[in-house]
Structures are given as structure tokens and as C-alpha cells.
Design a protein around this ligand. Structure first.
Ligand code: TYM
Length: 330
């Protein structure tokens, strides 16, 4: 019997994680491992919605697995696996596709954003992306889904699909809840603090990656866009740049916004930016060391992947079997 509540979440292997991924989601993933039964996936099927070079994708998914572990995901405690290794994800996704309306998918803001970015490749997978995400979550009878703020709408769709399916076929799926951090749920671009920090930004000064060197981190923060008031205070409307840096600093140091304001009272933005950069570099240093060791131990990563797929498959098959029985495929 399952006594601990269950957590599921995933990240796309689109490259090295950003500080946004780390503060918005990964840190919670790590923190929740003791209290919950956690299942974390490298969602490689999701990344097929954009074109990839096979060799690169293969490398990026292994690298993402190493990043999970370097950040503190413990494969002895949590299940860590590649989404494509558990075929139930694709199977349930099809069933759910047939129980999802075009109308509800048309309303997702991320689809609209992606369509404007990838005009040459508006494929059906981009449109049904949230259905695969719903399958990921629902397969594991998930209680909580730790994500950043931008995934809220996708989670709402997953809840709607689950509720509708349960209404038709009886209690098949647990209805999952989002778990979004109070600070750090939406880390903004360092160059345009009104848009989300994202790896796909053309300007690499806009984001920090987990593997940026301390010098690069300090330089990027030094160049971060702020304002001309020269006062460190939180005001999202008037001072989105400084407010973003305050959130980052609060998130990595555990200090609250008021303490930060006092700490930098009478000091210039130069001092503040240097302090944020140093705190971030210090947080990432041990992760980078561990990542480099892991990438040199590929057999170990392969073993984790194999064991994770077996464990995940066992749970996922149980739910898929239940679904198939309910709808008449078994
Ligand atoms: P992805 O890979 O874009 O992002 C991974 C996680 O990082 C969070 N995040 C951020 N948080 C704060 N500030 C930011 N700037 C920032 N950028 C990204 C995201 O909210 C996410 O939690 N659709 C998902 C992957 C997915 C998934 C799932 C998640 C597939 N199936 C099932 C949970 C459960 C995605 O593309 O995340």
C-alpha cells in the first residue's frame, strides 16, 4: 500500500537547466524527497515538438539526468527515468487525446507563444502537448506536481481531463494539485524583466544556466537591466528588474525581501548585483562539481535510467490497465 503521498514532475531535455528551472521547480523536487514518494522524469517525448539532432538529443537527455542528480535528486529515494522508456505515457496520451476538446487546448497561452516562435514547424504535437503532460501525471496517481508558475495552466487542463474521465468511467485518476513555490515561481529574464527567463532566449545574457562559470554569472548579473532610481526595493510594476534580482537573492539565501532592502539601504546597484551574483555562483558551485563527476560515470547513469524505467513502468502499467478495462480495451 502507498502510505506517503506521491509527487510527479518532469523537465524537458532542451539543454542545460536555467536558474529559473532550478529555483522554480528543481529546488522543491529535492526538498520534497523525504516527505513524499517522488517520481521525476526526463520528458524526452515532449521535446520532439521541436526538431532535434538525434545525437544531440541523446546527449542532452543523459546530461539532464546528471543535472537532476547533481542538484540533489537521490535515485535511491526517488524514481528517476526517461519518459520514452515507459510506453504507457504515449498509450495513455492517445486515450486522453480522445477525451480532450480542441476548444480547451486552443486556449493554452503556451501554444500561442510557441506558434509565434516556431512558424515553420507548427505540428500537432505542439497543440496536444498538455495531453501528454496530463498522461505523465495521471499515470502515477499523483497528489502533487511541483512546477513553476508557467505550468499552472497545463496542470489545470490535466485536472479537467482527469475530472471528466472520472465522471464518465468512475474513479480512475487521482486529481493532482500544483505545488508552486512562494518565492522563485517565475524568474524573469535579466535583459527584459517583463518576460520569463528562458533558455531559448537569443541573448545568452538574459539567463543563467546551472553550468555557467562564476565569472560568467557575475558578468551577467552586472549587466542585468534595472532602473535609474538606485534604491533596492521590491516593486514589480515600477522596478521589475530589481524585484527579479531580489527574488533570486531571497530564493538562494533564504532571506526575506524586507531584510534584503535593509541590507542594501544606502548602497548602489553595483554592490547589490555583485552580492546576487556571488550568492548564485556559490549555490551552483557544488552542483557543477557533482555534474562533472557524473558525466564521467556514464555506466552509473545508464544503471539509474534502467532501474528508474522498471520502477516507473510497474506503477504506470497498473493505471493503464485500469483505464483499458474501463474503456473496453481489456
Ligand atoms: P520545462 O522543461 O519548460 O521547465 C521545467 C520546470 O522549470 C520551471 N520553470 C521556471 N520556473 C520559474 N521561473 C522560470 N523562468 C522558469 N522556467 C521554467 C517550469 O515551470 C517547470 O516546472 N511541460 C513541462 C514539462 C512536463 C511536466 C510534466 C511537468 C512534462 N510533463 C508533468 C510536470 C509534470 C515543461 O515544459 O517544463
Amino acid at each position: 500500500m502507498q502510505d506517503k503521498k506521491r509527487i510527479f514532475s518532469g523537465m524537458q531535455p532542451t539543454g542545460v537547466l536555467t536558474l529559473g528551472n532550478y529555483l522554480g521547480a528543481m529546488r522543491n523536487w529535492v526538498a520534497l524527497q523525504d516527505e513524499y514518494e517522488c517520481i521525476y522524469s526526463v520528458v524526452d517525448l515532449h521535446s520532439l515538438t521541436v526538431r532535434n539532432e538525434a545525437k544531440e538529443l541523446r546527449e542532452r537527455r543523459l546530461s539532464l539526468l546528471a543535472q537532476y542528480i547533481a542538484c540533489g535528486i537521490n535515485p535511491e529515494k526517488s524514481i528517476v527515468f526517461m519518459q520514452s522508456h515507459v510506453s504507457a505515457h504515449a498509450e495513455l496520451s492517445w486515450v486522453l487525446n480522445c477525451n480532450t476538446y480542441m476548444g480547451e487546448l486552443s486556449r493554452q497561452t503556451q501554444f500561442k507563444e510557441k506558434v509565434s516562435k516556431h512558424k515553420d514547424n507548427i505540428n500537432a504535437g505542439l497543440f496536444t502537448y498538455p495531453v501528454l503532460m496530463a498522461a505523465d501525471i495521471l499515470l502515477y496517481q499523483t497528489d502533487l506536481v511541483p512546477v513553476g508558475d508557467d505550468q499552472k495552466q497545463h496542470l489545470e487542463i490535466a485536472r479537467d481531463i482527469a475530472g471528466r474521465f472520472n465522471g464518465l468511467y468512475g474513479n480512475v485518476f487521482k486529481i493532482p494539485e500544483p505545488y508552486i513555490p512562494k518565492v522563485g515561481a517565475r524568474i524573469m529574464s535579466l535583459q527584459d524583466p517583463t518576460s520569463k527567463m528562458s533558455k531559448s532566449d537569443e541573448n545568452s545574457n538574459a539567463y543563467i544556466t546551472l553550468l555557467d562559470s562564476p565569472e560568467t554569472i557575475l558578468r551577467k548579473f552586472k549587466r542585468a537591466v534595472t532602473d535609474s532610481e538606485a534604491v533596492v526595493r521590491y516593486d514589480l510594476e515600477e522596478k521589475p528588474g530589481i524585484s527579479n534580482l531580489m527574488s533570486i537573492y531571497a530564493s538562494v539565501t533564504g532571506k526575506n525581501l524586507d531584510d534584503i532592502r535593509q541590507e542594501f539601504e544606502g548602497k548602489g546597484y553595483g554592490d547589490f548585483k555583485a552580492a546576487v551574483g556571488e550568492a548564485v555562483a556559490e549555490t551552483l558551485r557544488p552542483i557543477q562539481e557533482s555534474y562533472n563527476e557524473l558525466m564521467a560515470a556514464r555506466d552509473y547513469l545508464q544503471d539509474i535510467m534502467k532501474k528508474g524505467a522498471e520502477d516507473a513502468n510497474r506503477i504506470a502499467r497498473r493505471t493503464l490497465g485500469k483505464v483499458y478495462r474501463k474503456i473496453g480495451l481489456q
